[in-house]
Each structure stands twice: as structure tokens, then as C-alpha cells.
Design a protein around this ligand. Sequence first.
Ligand code: NAP
Length: 308
Amino acid sequence: MYDVVIIGGGPAGLASGVYTSRGGMRTLILEKMAVGGQAVLTEKIENYPGFSDGIGGMELLSRFEQQAKKFGCEIKFEEVKKIERANNKILVSAGEVYESLAVILAVGASPRKLNIPGEKEFTGRGVSYCATCDGPFFRDKTVAVIGGGDSAVEEAIYLTKFAAKVYLIHRRDRLRAAKILQERAFSNKKIEFVWNSVPVEISGENFVEKIFLKNLKTDQNSSLVVNGVFVFAGNIPNTAFLDGFVELDKNGFIIVNGEMKTSQDGFFAAGDCVSKKLYQVVTAAGDGATAAFSAQKFVEELKGIAYD
Ligand code: NAP
């Protein structure tokens, strides 16, 4: 029997694990793939407080992991299939069935797909959702980046380390990304902006060769010769399996209160799967700490040992 089972081993889940384990709660993190979440795919994180020169995503998250383990947090690599209640206990079915008194949902989000012809067919053959993973394959080549948020702009800049030219294709005439990233991108000679445009098709023989665009202002179609397409069109929360179990907003993000409590007693949520305004490693870690605090209080009340 665990006090707390945390589903997801990204920044929010690991931060929760640091807090619940340090608080003396028997804690298990269940992670389906690899610890660290999407943040490990970022070459450098420069807005996590305490690292004025920035820190690699992998390095930062491996420190989170070590810290959680140091306080006794267990981590298992299993995908959660089902969650159900049994009186005061919660049964979490993954590789085995785990019993817990509280659950923290830190299931994160996944890259949004464009859902255009050619995207699926050329994934792994020129279409990518990770510049850190695939950027080096595009040395001296031409690539397109889709999106206007922090990820698109940050990763477009990163890709200029390898590519000869980067088209940044955005559906509006200005960027959503933070000003500091915009300034860096605008002064980067390798980046050419394609405004008010959306991709409509990706084509090629064995590998990506062309991207077809539609200008949303003029309705005109055009195409660009590219070797790769990097998609950074935002994220969708990994919450489909929770639909009907906890309350979700219209986009599928988990609705929580200020204590990170969900609509279901004993269930707390943190990080990129939560409905909120700011999605960052630092806010995920903050959510994780709050969710852990609330979960601990909940468990101690169940056990009749709460200190009010
Ligand atoms: P995002 O902020 O949601 O931006 C997604 C971008 O893709 C938007 O510009 C959006 O256009 C565009 N888009 C969405 N659907 C599209 C479609 N079907 N076709 C074409 N374009 C589409 O996502 P993100 O950049 O991945 O960032 C996610 C979160 O992580 C954000 O909160 C961000 O601040 C954070 N983040 C922070 C950092 C950092 O602090 N260094 C780095 C990366 C990410 P519109 O603008 O028109 O909606």
C-alpha cells in the first residue's frame, strides 16, 4: 500500500515525488517511457531559476530524479491502464495493481499534430517534433518550422546550428513567443519568416522534399523546397484515459483548484496536463509541490494523524 502514487515522471511528477517522499509518504512514480517528460528534449533551459547560464533539459531533470530517489521515492516504468476506487483506497492498474490512498496526476502533454496529408507518412523521414533529437540530421539542409510559440521560435534558432536555412511558418503576422526569443530569431540571418500561412501538405519521394502552404490572408497557395519539417503547434494533454473520471476543460486539461485538487476526492494534478495559463518547468515544479502538500494532508486526514 502506497500513501501516494504519482502518474507521470516529468518535472511535475518528480517535484511531487521530492515533496511527498521527503514528507515521509510512501511514494511510487509510474512512468510509461522515460523520466523527465518533454523538458528533456530541450537543449538548454534558461528560465529555470538558479541557473543563470541555463541548464540542459536532460541534466536538470536527472537532478530532479536523483533528488526524489534520495528521499526514497520509487520509480517504475509501467503504463497506467485503469484507475478505480475501492472504498478509501485507490487501485491503479499498470504492470501490476497498486493500492494507494492518494493519486497525483502528472501525465503531461504530447505534441499536437497538424493532421495534413504527408505528415504521418513522412514522420521519421523528414517530419519531426523534436529538434534536439533530429536537428543534426539536417546539416546544411533547408527546414521548415511550424508554429509561432516559444517552442517553434526556440527550436528554429537551435536548428540554425545545423541547417543552412530555416523557414518559420506561422499562421499569424506576429509571434506568440517571448520577446527575448523573438529578438534572437529576427536577428538570425538563417531564419526567414513566412507569415499568415498554414501548411496544407507535405510531399516527397522517400524523404520530405516540399511543403505546400496556404496564405490565410490572400487565400493563395505556394510551396517551399525543404528537406525537413519540424512541427511545434502546441500540445494536447495526455488525459483521454481520465475522461469521465476527473473533470476536464473543453481542451481536455484537468480542472484543479488552488490546492491542485481535482473534482475527484483523493486525486490531485500538476504540470502540463492541468488547465492553467503558464506552462513552464518552474510552474510544473510549483504545481507538483502544491499537489504533494495537498495529497499529504489528505492522506494524514484519512489516517487520523493530520496536524491542524
Ligand atoms: P504554444 O504556445 O501553444 O504555441 C503553439 C503555436 O502553434 C502557436 O503559435 C499556434 O498559433 C500554432 N499552431 C497551433 N495549431 C496550429 C496548426 N494546426 N497549424 C499551424 N500552427 C498552429 O505551444 P509551445 O510553443 O509548444 O509551448 C507550449 C508551452 O510551453 C507554452 O506555455 C510555452 O510558453 C512553454 N514553453 C516555454 C519555453 C520557454 O520558456 N523557454 C519553451 C518552450 C515552451 P497561434 O499563436 O495562432 O495560436
